[in-house]
Design a protein around this ligand. Sequence first.
Ligand code: PA5
Length: 447
Amino acid sequence: MERISLNLDKTFDFISKDSVFAYKEVIENHNRALFNKTGKGNDFLGWTTLPTSISEAELKDYEATAAKLIAKNIDIFVVIGIGGSYLGAKAVVDALSDSFAHLKERKNPFILFAGQNISEDYLFELRELLKNKEYALAVISKSGTTTEPALAFRLLKNDIEEKYGKVEANERIVAITDESKGALRSLATTKGYKTFVIPDDVGGRYSVLTPVGLLAIAVAGFDIRALVIGAVDMQNATGIDVPFEENLAAQYAATRNELYKNGKKVEILVNFNPKLHFLAEWWKQLYGESEGKDGKGIFPAAVDFSSDLHSMGQYIQEGERTLFETVLSIANPDREVRVPTDADDLDGLNFLSGKRVDEVNKMAELGTMLAHVDGGVPNIQIVLPKLNEYYLGQLIQFFEMACGLSGYTLGVNPFDQPGVEAYKKNMFALLEKPGFEEATKAIKKRL
Ligand code: PA5
């Protein structure tokens, strides 16, 4: 099977190829440290070999649970979670779904998310919608204590119990959490929900290939086996003994570190297909939470082109020269649309007659890359032969491997997120949560 490919040529006007390949030894050592679990954050390295560790029994369980929920003729499957307990499933489902799935007849339920914000409007409107729909819920939290999903679940649990009665509601709720810790685990055990365990050594943002992502992806009707096979192939292609010259994740990690050293502090993940919007959101979380610490880290940003060429394009072309772009390119689109000939040609578009719309898109992509490079923005290109489960599986494992290597090269622990606690502490102090009395007094003095 073909692999996704990495093209670094359009960075070599800014950094030399030699300077990138000079990371060989360092990154090969980091790769060994990831697999041998000898580096920072080594309690959270289960994802490195996760693809090959997924058993047939686990896949069957996800598929059977999905089938059982679908058999209830649900219109909507609500996935409650935030951060790594949300973005992976959203990224894959959106990338593979029809752009207008929510407005068309569908074989599978539509996946909606909750607990990824605390907006009262969002929760009100979601609950209004669900009143007239058939639905089921998954509640996902590794810690089992995160406020946003806990709050959303409290509301939706009451609603689903009211609508279907407690016994049937319990049949429609799946909890995905730690094996033994956290409030969600106790709640799920008390209620007798179907549960899946998030492995201890896989952190949230590296967990899309666990039940955290795979159950919702299966309910949406996508082939989780192909996704896992893609990830397995990439696990092998970036394995412990793979030399730097053949390891795409190692080369991507080296290039972005070298660009960062040369003043390129912002990486923009670019797509030319709006289905990839949430893949970029997942990538932003993966890299932002993994690398942004100790006063260091590339700021991960994202744009959807060509839409954003008419908003952010000006800045990227001529603003601060601290940017580089990583373009996610899909070689072959799934569908075919050709430009028709028009006898009057009043719009002057007959020069495109007979061409595929994708050819126009590809020329926009190439033209943009050349223009941005001319404007001082190095470009990395990652090509997926097609947008399907198999190549997405490869891409997920590729980005995760590269993130671990890149974080180690930067000198940070890519597997913790201590900075996320600061807002929680203030929020709890402001809400006068029991146990936060001192913090409440202190914060109130600042208001
Ligand atoms: O990557 C991470 O660990 C975080 O983004 C978590 O996924 C996020 O904070 C949600 O945590 P939990 O699954 O414990 O509710």
